[in-house]
Design a protein around this ligand. Structure first.
Ligand code: PGA
Length: 248
């Protein structure tokens, strides 16, 4: 069964979320796909209510690296878990860049998420300069090793790695199928080096960056790829239904 993750980013008010989910869920078949909808915080309560018994997981897009207390404006792992959240996106390039999240913070956030019973969607990927200077594999190794430092192998069962080249996010550009396969192979290789062969086979790896219902077809047969993370194209329920059925 393929994994499909929707990252709604800072889109959809609670009322818009309601309209969206009514339109989407009434036509969505959850029996053939493992879907996680990463909604904004203010839509999570509604999402939990409407997605119940629908074979759809609920995701958040961030969490605090602290457990609780003096962190005005932050959201804790316990708050997310208690709101019905299953997964949380950590290390998205928009947060790494704009909110200056470094690898240490990302590692801390992953540990807090796992401790609170949440699954993690860890985003990794190279910039255009890094790609052009052939540093992609080096960047992937650094990002993954720092992010997963100190984790137990059994915790990887709750980690999904999303390969998201920064230059492909929201740009309409994608790597070739071969390039995605190469990155996925490298990611599994890193997991093998740091954990075990078993872990490298069983860890889920998805691709994200400008995926839509047209270009996804060429990537469906990519080797050892478990699924996709979709940003912009999930905002239209009809388009996202198309993507979901192509992945099923
Ligand atoms: P995109 O976003 O599909 O709009 O490129 C993907 C992401 O940022 O996760």
């Amino acid at each position: 069964m393929r994994t499909l993750i929707a990252n709604f980013k800072m889109n959809l008010t609670p009322s818009e979320t309601k309209d969206y989910l009514m339109a989407f869920l009434s036509r969505f078949d959850g029996s053939k796909i493992d879907l996680t909808l990463c909604l904004p915080y203010t839509s999570l309560g509604l999402g939990a209510l409407l997605c119940k018994n629908r074979n759809v997981r609920l995701g958040a897009q961030n969490l605090s690296d602290e457990e609780q207390g003096k962190n005005t404006g932050e959201i804790s792992g316990a708050m997310l878990k208690d709101s019905g959240v299953d997964y949380v996106i950590i290390g998205h390039s928009e947060r790494r860049k704009k909110f200056k999240e470094d690898t240490k913070t990302i590692n801390k956030k992953i540990k807090v998420a796992l401790k609170n019973g949440l699954g993690v969607i860890l985003c990794v990927g190279e910039s255009l300069t890094e790609r052009n200077t052939l540093k992609t594999f080096e960047v992937l190794r650094e990002q993954i090793e720092c992010a997963l430092k100190g984790l137990y192998e059994n915790e990887l069962e709750r980690v999904i790695i999303a390969y998201e080249p920064i230059w492909a996010i929201g740009s309409g550009k994608t790597p070739t199928k071969n390039e995605i396969e190469g990155a996925v192979k490298e990611i599994r290789h890193i997991i093998k080096d740091d954990f075990s062969e078993n872990a490298s086979i069983s860890i889920k790896v998805v691709y994200g960056g400008s995926i839509d219902s047209k270009n996804i077809k060429q990537f469906l047969s990519a080797k050892k790829l478990d699924g996709f993370l979709v940003g912009g194209a999930c905002l239209d329920p009809n388009e996202f239904l198309k993507i979901s059925s192509l992945c099923s």
